[in-house]
Design a protein around this ligand. Structure first.
Ligand code: NAD
Length: 248
């Protein structure tokens, strides 16, 4: 308990799946959390359940202007920003390259990739004021290898980009005590994963060395470590939480 005591975090995509799990774990560890999501109904319900150390702000992460109100909410209610978890994401259509439309490609890149730039750009001034910060960008095993089980050039492109953007910003801001890391989950039991496996069948799951899909908390534990001061000498790095999927 208390591994994030005194810290304020913004977690995007916290209305369900891994984002809501990260928010629960952060509040358990003494953090004050601003949850954001497109879905105000589930986001508000989770924040209410978490109590006075959590608030919900409705946000579309692809809109740069939405970020100013999220940062203001963190500052007005909790006094600043120490942690950003760029978690919101979509899988997009499971289509081959020739079948993927321009609009579909651009949408996936906007949600998974451009939002990470917007989020980092928005919180960095607040972190510089604070003299510290930890940014955790959620990529995927699809940000490390293209053979992760589903055909989607856009998802792979966006998740590889997140890995590179993480390193670029880590290089720039290390001297200011702001750390930036990427997390690369394998198959995690969330609504996104359930919808995807319904569509492609279970064959992708046969590739998991530990032989099971993860509970979201197993990713939250890594995100918690990277957000906390326990990882004080770790930045610009990519962190797999994939049950060994990329070990072959
Ligand atoms: P999910 O679909 O269960 O939840 C994602 C949340 O993001 C939803 O609440 C959704 O409303 C929100 N969201 C989507 N678009 C948004 C937008 N434009 N603005 C604000 N919020 C938006 O997904 P998840 O499985 O919990 O995935 C979380 C992250 O982890 C994503 O970045 C995903 O790509 C990544 N990931 C997931 C898996 C997996 O197996 N589930 C594996 C690797 C990486």
């Amino acid at each position: 308990m208390g591994r994030l005591r005194g810290k304020v975090a913004i977690i995007t995509g916290a209305g369900r799946g891994m984002g809501q799990s990260h928010a629960r774990v952060f509040v358990e560890q003494g953090c004050k959390v601003v949850l954001t999501d497109l879905n105000a109904e589930t986001g508000n319900a989770i924040a209410a359940e978490l109590g006075e150390n959590a608030i919900f702000v409705e946000q579309d992460v692809t809109r740069l202007e939405s970020w100013a109100s999220v940062v203001s909410a963190a500052q007005d209610r909790f006094g600043g920003v120490d942690i950003l978890v760029n978690n919101a994401g979509i899988l997009g259509p499971l289509a081959t390259t020739q079948d993927l439309s321009e609009a579909e490609y651009l949408t996936v890149c906007a949600v998974n990739q451009h939002s990470v730039f917007f989020g980092m750009k928005a919180v960095l001034p607040a972190m510089l004021t604070r003299g510290r910060g930890s940014i955790v960008n959620i990529s995927s095993i699809a940000g490390m290898a293209a053979n992760y089980g589903f055909p989607s050039l856009a998802y792979v492109a966006s998740k590889f980009a997140v890995r590179g953007m993480t390193k670029a910003t880590a290089m720039e801001y290390g001297k200011h005590n702001i750390r930036v890391n990427s997390v690369h989950p394998g198959f995690i039991q969330t609504p996104m994963m359930v919808e995807a496996t319904d569509e492609v069948g279970g064959e992708a799951l046969a590739q998991i060395p530990l032989g099971r899909i993860a509970d979201p908390r197993e990713v939250s534990n890594l995100v918690l470590f990277l957000a906390s001061d326990e990882s004080s000498y770790i930045t610009g790095a990519e962190h797999l939480v994939d049950a060994g999927m990329l070990a072959h």
